[in-house]
Design a protein. Structure first.
Length: 310
């Protein structure tokens, strides 16, 4: 393969490229994933011969096609063509296309048995009690289908609702929730190694409503508010902030649960995110009301009008 400095600097526009024998080092192109959002002391290394790369700061790694695809924001097949136009050792386009196709087919299969991303026993066929659970909350069947909400009848997540987590339409993992309301202990179970992204995040121009859980998102979606994202809890971290920025979010309305925990958390979330967005507002829900308890479009519209600008 023999990666060149010219390729890294001119095609991928990497900064601070340094020759280190078998490898090049450079500032990480994914520095928005770093804790401080920077990579002033280059942590990104790429092996000249194989094109394999790894960043010691954010832990991202992969092959050359993956790197080109992500840095230039092109589909993998286009990235492979760019590489093939540049280097003598070619990426096998047909093989790559087959790989992508089988991955997509696996995602589309009605009942996925085991993948790394969804738990064993996941099915989109929801049992009656789960359908009732959502119906009682006014979440429509169409929305459940759209979000590929599923159920586990066996395995570690037996009898739990499964919410696949998509970022940018890509499946990145899942969270599980017990069925029912009056539950002792935790309602949600996050799989080991689950990296909190945001539920329902896709490229957006403008405003996002931040809520606590997937149920809030699904309820608001049913009521016609499609740009709500869930934090998987009442706090936000820098990784989530960077994801929002990366997806084009400019304005944020914080809409956490209408309880003591939610109100206290709102202050912290606002403090943390304020420097990063052009506008941050708060929507304080009435006492005891969570976004998923809002019952009608009209109520929602009234609430949205009461957004407090900061
Ligand atoms: Zn990095």
């Amino acid at each position: 393969m023999r990666i060149t400095r010219e390729f890294l600097e001119n095609v991928l526009k990497l900064k601070n490229v340094r020759d280190c024998g078998d490898n090049f080092m450079a500032s990480c192109p994914f520095e928005f994933l770093h804790t401080d959002g920077k990579d002033s002391n280059p942590s990104f290394g790429i092996h000249k011969e194989s094109g394999l790369w790894h960043c010691f700061a954010c832990g991202e790694k992969g092959g050359l096609t993956n790197l080109v695809s992500r840095v230039l924001d092109k589909p993998p097949l286009v990235a492979a063509e760019i590489i093939n136009g540049y280097f003598s050792q070619k990426v096998d386009i047909e093989k790559l296309a087959r790989k992508i196709k089988s991955f997509e087919e696996a995602l589309n299969t009605e009942n996925i048995k085991t993948t790394n991303l969804l738990p064993q026993g996941y099915t989109k066929n929801l049992p009656k009690n789960v359908i009732n659970f959502f119906q009682n909350r006014g979440i429509s069947k169409g929305v459940l289908e759209e979000f590929e909400v599923g159920f586990c009848s066996e395995g570690v997540y037996k009898d739990m609702i499964i919410f696949p987590v998509f970022v940018n339409n890509f499946l990145t993992g899942f969270v599980a929730r017990v069925v029912g309301e009056n539950v002792v202990g935790k309602k949600y179970l996050l799989p080991k190694g689950f990296r909190k992204a945001l539920y329902n995040l896709s490229p957006i121009e403008g405003c996002v409503y931040l809520v606590e859980g997937p149920l809030d998102v699904l309820k608001l979606y049913t009521l016609g508010l499609r740009n709500a994202c869930a934090l998987f809890g009442s706090s936000i971290d820098y990784f989530q902030v960077r994801l929002l920025i990366k997806h084009g979010v400019r304005e944020v309305v914080v809409m956490l649960d209408g309880d003591v925990v939610g109100r206290n958390a709102t202050k912290k979330v606002v403090e943390l995110i304020k420097p990063f967005f052009s506008k941050v507002s708060i929507l304080n829900l009435p006492d005891g009301l969570d976004p998923c308890d809002i019952s009608e479009r009209t109520v929602l519209r009234m609430l949205l009008r009461s957004v407090m600008d900061l």
